[in-house]
Ligand binder design. Sequence first.
Ligand code: FAD
Length: 306
Amino acid sequence: MTLTAQPEVVAAPAWQFFDASVAAVRRLGPSFVRLTLTGTELAGFGAAGCDQRFKLVLSRDDAGLARLRDRGQAWYPEYCALPEEQRPVIRTYTVRAYRPECAELDVDVVLHGVDGHAGPAASWAAAAVPGDRIVLLGPDRPGAGRAWGVEWAPPPAARTLLLAGDETAVPAVCAILESLTSGPRSVTALLEVPTADDAMNVALPAGATLRWLPRNGVARGSRLVPAVHAALCELGIASTPATPPEEVGDELLWEVPDPDAASGCYAWLAGEAGVVKTLRRRLVGDLGVPRGSVAFMGYWRQGVAS
Ligand SMILES: Cc1cc2nc3c(=O)[nH]c(=O)nc-3n(C[C@H](O)[C@H](O)[C@H](O)COP(=O)(O)OP(=O)(O)OC[C@H]3O[C@@H](n4cnc5c(N)ncnc54)[C@H](O)[C@@H]3O)c2cc1C
């Protein structure tokens, strides 16, 4: 595989709030809804492709949101200073597709917990109808050098690529896979999803493999962890057991390797924090995969509001 060139990026990114509204709602499967967001301001959104992240900003109080917007790029200290009841709910999502020519952006939202303890973002998405207003927070242009908010960065020497994650990582993994072109690389993607009906059609580059791993009610990670282990053995990445696993704390794990590392393999792993920690222990501790070859990203925590 060869990678499509990263977009030319010329200036430092600027955070910006974007007004948008829901243009279309499409149920993709039992666990996913695709929202197409639109608004004239979105023509200037700085999407750089792959796993580009941005924030959905759910306003609880117009005055609180207005105070953040007044601060421009320095919104965060103001956000921390706002009383709880005025503070917008902010959640991180992936740009699944971006069409600047029609100022549209697609986001695929996992409807986790909507039958019980749904978080505010999943609840909002589950009830969304065309015309609903929403505010986005994202870059107004791609960042300088490495694109802002994009973690996918295999070293040029990497010839073996592994992507693995749970349902929250599906939009990022699908967008990454669709950005790849055929070439002398091996690409394996493993996605654990709640049910078999959550599998989606993805335009894969020649030679790439994508396996959907339906949980069907078994414990989170119980399909993904062994599948990653098996894939690493098949790919010849796993070596003999190395150092003992390192202790990791309760915080969201977020470790991304040096994009200039001269490694022959590169793994991108994202999903529920506990599962990602298990994968990290398994890969780095048990299998001796070099830490510098793997991006580990805790996207969310089961039962804990972001
Ligand atoms: C870089 C990045 C990209 C991401 N991209 C996407 C994406 O494209 N699509 C996507 O769907 N997700 C994505 N995520 C994950 C998303 O940000 C989280 O799932 C987020 O927590 C959802 O917000 P929420 O308000 O719905 O739930 P939160 O309020 O944040 O709650 C988190 C989880 O805990 C559960 N929960 C909350 N309170 C309780 C309670 N009292 N008891 C039991 N359970 C509870 C909720 O049901 C939910 O499952 C991404 C995350 C990151 C970091």
